[in-house]
Write a protein that binds this ligand. Structure first.
Ligand code: SAH
Length: 455
């Protein structure tokens, strides 16, 4: 066995030199990295080594010997422990600088394009209470139903009432719903043997409309007193316009299953974004931070500098928020998206907002794009807004062959964004600058927007 510079259970004093992309402090002992939760760069801390791996280890902070000037008081350490708000111990200005640095870092290391300018992260004035959606596991602990969040890298529930980054009306609703479920003696799911009944409470609340949707995710379909429970919830929470049951029988980390039904009211909620009305179904994607999504989209439109004659593609379109917000300014919008329900929402949203120059279809971006190319669609501007895994290489190649003037790339993962920039460069599309926008204050998540064009 190779000799490691530290041993398990060893206690030692270290200096934190960096913050990992997940927001953990990094200290080094003879170049061997040790990751420590709740530790900030420049801090001198006492740690106990809890895990020694081949290439790196983990330490638990026992005390801070010298504090960072950028540290701020954390309301509740469970917010760090669970990963709900892993940067909440860092002052907000430095969180924004951290995100800018993350982007610079991947540009240098992954894309090898250090010349691209990275702007200062656009932050929020009130960087908390912003999430319009919550997905909360429910478990029985010592005979009582508890809601909260899992401890990081585990499935052990840490009970939490104040989630800090969520709309406080959602926090309050979770407690009310939990108490009703307790009164009706609903059984909580038990992950170990895939038994029990209620797995998650999912809540969405329109930022402008305050309409609320509650989804009760259950293991089985048969829901004893399901309708009565729904009525009790609606009585206590008048903002609720939709209560759904989603059935997920599988032993899986994926929260929702395929089958769903209405327990009470509608199967959707509406919200308003950039002056337009949007219908949102349970499984459709909708940016969790509405005011910052508006900032992000406005930045995207500014970069696109659209003309009335432009044909626009809205790829990875969700419920059509991007394409429908700009449809009035252009000739035509084509959008595609894999989730059927989201595409139905997008089509419905076009009608709701009297837009008749937008077409949305179901399908993978990488499959739909070659079809549109064959049909002779010639876009001037292509918006792409993929999930964390980024763009498919063949999608980038096809899209570039269609010779748009510009791409607007919105990314929620700098690592895949940097990888994709290399593929764009092979097709002669480049960007000069990247704008991070903070959609997820107090967390390590980084959102960016940029414009790419041919030199
Ligand atoms: N532009 C929308 C949605 C962005 S989220 C908005 O701003 O709200 C990314 C979307 O891409 C999700 O709705 C997801 O369902 C969809 N998606 C995932 N993989 C895809 C693929 N291969 N092709 C097209 N859409 C995909």
């Amino acid at each position: 066995m190779e000799e490691m510079p530290v041993k398990k259970n060893q206690e030692l004093e270290v200096t934190v030199v960096d913050l990992s992309h997940l927001g953990m402090g990094v200290a080094k002992v003879d170049a061997y990295p040790i990751f420590v939760e709740n530790a900030l760069p420049q801090e001198k801390i006492l740690v106990r080594i809890v895990k020694v791996g081949k290439k790196f280890g983990f330490g638990k902070m026992l005390s801070i010997i010298q504090k960072s000037p950028y540290r701020q008081e954390v309301e509740n350490e469970d917010l760090l422990r669970t990963g709900i708000a892993p940067l909440s111990h860092l002052k907000y200005e430095q969180q924004l600088a951290f995100k800018q640095a993350q982007v610079k870092n991947v540009l240098k290391k992954t894309a090898r394009m250090p010349e691209i300018q990275v702007e200062k992260t656009i932050g929020m004035r009130q960087p908390f209470g912003y999430r319009n959606k919550a997905q909360i596991p429910i478990r029985k602990i010592d005979g009582i139903l508890q809601t909260g969040f899992y401890r990081k890298n585990s499935h052990e529930l840490v009970p939490i009432d104040h989630f800090f980054i969520q709309d406080p009306a959602i926090d309050a609703a979770i407690i009310v719903i939990r108490e009703i479920l307790q009164q009706f003696e609903v059984k909580a799911y038990n992950e170990k043997n895939n038994s029990g009944f209620l797995r998650h409470i999912v809540i969405r609340r329109g930022y402008q409309t305050h309409e609320m949707m509650v989804v009760l995710v259950t293991r089985k379909e048969h829901f004893v007193q399901g309708e009565k429970i729904a009525q009790a919830i609606q009585e206590k929470l008048p903002e609720v316009v939709s209560i759904m049951q989603n059935v997920n029988p599988k032993q899986t980390n994926v929260i929702m299953g395929t089958q769903e039904k209405v327990l009470l009211g509608r199967n959707d909620i509406y919200d308003r974004l950039l002056g337009k009305t949007f219908r949102i179904s349970a499984k459709s994607f909708y940016q969790v931070n509405t005011p910052q999504a508006e900032v992000l989209y406005q930045k995207a439109f500014e970069l696109a500098d659209l003309k009335k004659s432009d044909v626009v593609i809205d790829a990875y379109s969700g419920i059509g928020t991007i394409g429908l917000s700009l449809a009035n300014q252009v000739k035509h919008v084509y959008g595609m998206e894999t989730i059927t329900q989201a595409v139905i929402d997008a089509q419905e949203n076009a009608k709701l907002n009297n837009i008749d120059n937008a077409d949305y279809v179901t399908g993978k971006a990488e499959d739909v794009m070659p079809k549109w190319q064959k049909e002779g669609i010639q876009p001037e501007v292509i918006f792409v807004d993929p999930p964390r895994k980024g763009l498919d290489q063949s999608f980038i190649e096809t899209a570039c062959q269609m010779k748009p003037e510009k791409f607007i790339y919105i990314s929620c993962n700098p690592a895949t964004m940097a990888r994709d920039l290399k593929v764009f460069a092979e097709q002669e599309y480049f960007t000069d600058s990247i704008q991070p926008v903070d959609l997820f204050p107090q967390t390590h998540h980084v959102e960016t927007v940029m414009m790419l064009k041919q030199k």
